[in-house]
Design a protein. Structure first.
Ligand SMILES: [Fe+2]
Length: 341
């Protein structure tokens, strides 16, 4: 399929020969190297492809510097680089590039003295979204074998996979988030604080240690509808991050924390099963890969990190998560809430 004559889009590779490609995502062929300023027509085509397909894979982008990645993602008109830059420069940590703190380093790569250079997320499977904007992941370094993978799923496909008789219930659910059980920081820091997920990545199994949460200034409790409407495609999306959930409210009634976790796990499992399914795409990273995802429709998950068992090399990823400009139609928060028991 082509987008005019500007670029060629191909389906993502199927994980298993028996399965077709997933019902989302495209590989973008014949993209110019992103180090050069982007032609307005190419940007327009990429923006349209991102909204239509949710996930774009651009290969062969070797030698891309963090500032180039930042410039690339900043050029999408619906994203808000100013807000994101102010956030990232205010909380700059050792895992951010000193000359471009909006870009984080992820992975198990170390410097000559053996010091970690990136945030290492050992949570394993953990389905989530990075907010309501877009995320860029760029692979600078990755082992060939065994490959490091990230899983992607479509909230649209997950909604479509819900049995018809479960959809009205799903549409009446508010997912309430808080920092009662997690640090409110990145998943790598949650892991260090003792957070653990169930093996399918759909339910919080162990909360953060109380001492790791105490004294932190987390976001106030807030809620999001489980089913949201994508502002560009107007399609319904199943959208939630189980790790950060406090509880569910169904038709105005709060469920207990335990029942909430069980219910959300059940609803999300349709589109995100980590086993043999046509609805999940596992991207195997190789140097020069750049992946762009629309967080208003794509959920993603890490995979168990076992690299240090192998002598095949380490992984270094660049990560930018950018907020969308506000307001986005149909994409507002519900507001600050009280917490259920
Ligand atoms: Fe993420």
């Amino acid at each position: 399929m082509t987008t005019g004559t500007i670029m060629e889009l191909s389906p993502l590779r199927a994980d298993h020969p028996r399965l077709g490609p997933p019902p989302f995502g495209r590989i973008v062929r014949s993209t110019p190297h992103l180090a050069a300023p982007l032609d307005a027509n190419v940007l327009h085509a990429l923006d349209g492809a991102l909204a239509s397909h949710g996930l774009l894979v651009i290969e062969g982008q070797h030698g891309l510097a963090p500032a180039m990645e930042w410039s690339f993602i900043s050029s999408f008109p619906w994203l808000d680089p100013d807000y994101t830059a102010s956030l990232r420069t205010a909380d700059a940590g050792w895992w951010q590039f000193p000359d471009c703190p909006m870009v984080r380093r992820l992975g198990d790569v170390v410097d000559e003295s053996g010091n970690a250079l990136g945030l290492l997320n050992r949570l394993g499977y953990e389905w989530h979204t990075d907010g309501g904007g877009a995320t860029l992941l760029y692979c600078e370094q990755a082992p060939e074998s065994p490959p490091r993978t990230t899983l992607f799923a479509s909230g649209m496909a997950a909604y479509a996979a819900l049995p018809q008789d479960r959809r009205p219930e799903a549409e009446s659910i508010l997912v309430c988030y808080s920092t009662r059980f997690v640090t409110g920081d990145t998943a790598a820091i949650d892991y260090e604080a003792g957070v653990r997920m169930t093996p399918n990545g759909l339910r919080l199994a162990e909360p953060a240690r109380p001492d790791a949460i105490r004294g932190r200034r987390g976001k106030p409790p807030h809620a999001r509808p489980l089913v949201r409407v994508h502002p560009r495609t107007a399609r319904k999306v199943l959208w939630a991050s189980p790790k950060n959930m406090d509880h569910l409210e169904i038709a105005g009634r709060a469920l207990s924390v335990e029942r909430s976790r069980a219910r959300l796990e059940k609803l999300l499992q349709y589109g995100t099963a980590t086993g043999d399914t046509a609805l999940v795409y596992a991207h195997r990273w190789k140097p020069g890969d750049l992946v762009l995802m629309d967080n208003r429709q794509i959920l993603h998950s890490t995979t168990p990190y076992e690299n240090d068992r192998y002598a095949h090399g380490r992984q270094l990823m660049h990560h930018i998560s950018m907020r969308a400009r506000r307001p986005q139609e149909g994409w507002t928060d519900v507001g600050v809430l009280g917490l259920a028991g």
